[in-house]
Each structure stands twice: as structure tokens, then as C-alpha cells.
Ligand binder design. Structure first.
Ligand SMILES: [Zn+2]
Ligand SMILES: [Zn+2]
Length: 248
């Protein structure tokens, strides 16, 4: 066997071994997939697969069923970022996100980010084109140590590679620990998150259009506070782009 052919043969064998060791699973429902197949979704999930590509809220990207520009949540919220989009309804990817984030399957970041990239380039090509810099919503160092990774950072890095943009993953920092937002009222959330973020290098974002990345858009308070800090430090425009959005 020629040298390069032998190399390819061992590479294929190694991939088979890895798949045997970590059997491929459906990204959405975790059903086992057949070894050797390229698909990331099982046939059931593939058949009902859909992006949020109908009428959506201009701030959070959730589906709208009546003729409105914003959903009720965003109408009341007065967000500072320009516009927000989300690839999926949270209900559709709830199990997948739990597997990725809570069970620590870092490898799920790549296929999720590729879906985000395809969604962005297909439905919002002008947003992709305008964005200069991709920035993930940061988590506090202590939380990152405990979880082992920041899910938004993994998504941002993979997305940047997919759409050929620059990612700045370490500039925006969470400088203060906060209570989990889910336990608080709307007013308390705002207070809780206030001044929790800072930029290490404000110069980098000046006059830049930023695509801010998170896994779930719930109330938008966190992503809005990140956007506020970016604007305060000279960003030209900030867009929010989440993997999923909790429907209203
Ligand atoms: Zn599935
Ligand atoms: Zn909305």
C-alpha cells in the first residue's frame, strides 16, 4: 500500500474506533445513530426539522402568529441592541441543549454552530455581512471552571469559523458573580446583572458591528446588558444571535 493510502486507511480505522467508543447520537433527541453515517439528526427529528424562518419578533427572533413587529416580552423591554434572531424555538432543542450544556458534551457545539451558520447565511445574509466581530455572552470564571467550558463561547468560535468571521472570545468578561436570573422578577434581574460585564480591550470593538452569541434567549436581560456595555465602549451596532429562543 502506498504511504498516503495507508495513512487514509488508518485514519478511517481510527474514526471507526472513535465512533465505537463514543457512538454518534442525534443532536436533538440523543437517539443512537448508525455508525459511519454523516447525519447529525435521526430520521424522526430530520422530518420535523425547522428553523425559525417565518414571521418573527425583530428583537428576540421568536415566532409571531399575529401581525406585530415585536413580541409582548420585547415590546415591554426596551432593548438597546439593534435586532435579534434565534435559529430555533427552545422547545425544539431543549433536550439537545441540556445534553450539550448540562451533561458537558462539548462536541455538540460544532453541529449546533453549523446550523446557526446555515440559518444566518440563508435567512439573514445582510446581518452576516455587516458583522465585523463575533462575541459570546461570557460566564463567570468560577462557573466556567465548574462546568469546564462556556457553551456560548464554543458556539461563537465554531460559528466564526463556519461563516469566516473573527471571534473575540476573551474581551468581554463577566466580572461579578450573579444569582441565577430564573429565580428573580424582571426588576430584580436588571439589578442583578447591572455592571456584571466589562471589556478588557475596549479599543477592539470601537466602530465595530458585533454579533453577540448565546445559547438561549429567555428574558433578554443578560444579552441586553452585554449590548449596553458594548455600546458604551464605542460599538457601532450590536445584533443578538441565539441558538434558541423561549417562545412567548
Ligand atoms: Zn432525533
Ligand atoms: Zn421578542
Amino acid at each position: 500500500m502506498e504511504y498516503h493510502k495507508r495513512g487514509l486507511f488508518f485514519m478511517a480505522l481510527w474514526n471507526m474506533f472513535l465512533q465505537w467508543l463514543y457512538p454518534p447520537h442525534c443532536l436533538f433527541c440523543q437517539d443512537l445513530l448508525k455508525i459511519g453515517r454523516e447525519a447529525v439528526l435521526c430520521s424522526d427529528c430530520h422530518n420535523v426539522f425547522s428553523y425559525n424562518d417565518g414571521a418573527v419578533c425583530q428583537k428576540c427572533g421568536c415566532n409571531l402568529y399575529v401581525s406585530q413587529i415585536y413580541c409582548d416580552r420585547c415590546e415591554k423591554a426596551d432593548f438597546v441592541f439593534e435586532k435579534g434572531i434565534a435559529a430555533f424555538s427552545y422547545d425544539k432543542v431543549r433536550d439537545g441543549i441540556a445534553h450539550f450544556k448540562l451533561k458537558g458534551w462539548k462536541r455538540d457545539a460544532k453541529p449546533f454552530a453549523h446550523m446557526m451558520g446555515d440559518y444566518l447565511l440563508t435567512c439573514y445574509p445582510e446581518m452576516a455581512q455587516q458583522s465585523d466581530l463575533i462575541i459570546p455572552v461570557p460566564i463567570h470564571d468560577k462557573k466556567q471552571k465548574k462546568r469546564g467550558f462556556n457553551q456560548s463561547e464554543l458556539l461563537a468560535v465554531e460559528l466564526a469559523e463556519r461563516i469566516q468571521k473573527r471571534c473575540s472570545a476573551k474581551n468581554l468578561k463577566r466580572i461579578r458573580e450573579t444569582i441565577p436570573q430564573s429565580s428573580l422578577s424582571a426588576k430584580e434581574r436588571k439589578e442583578n446583572i447591572k455592571n456584571a460585564f466589562a471589556l478588557e480591550n475596549p479599543h477592539e470593538i470601537q466602530q465595530k458591528t458585533i454579533l453577540l452569541i448565546d445559547d438561549i434567549f429567555t428574558t433578554g436581560t443578560t444579552i441586553n446588558e452585554c449590548a449596553r456595555v458594548l455600546y458604551e465602549n464605542g460599538a457601532k451596532a450590536v445584533f443578538s444571535f441565539c441558538l434558541s429562543v423561549v417562545e412567548q
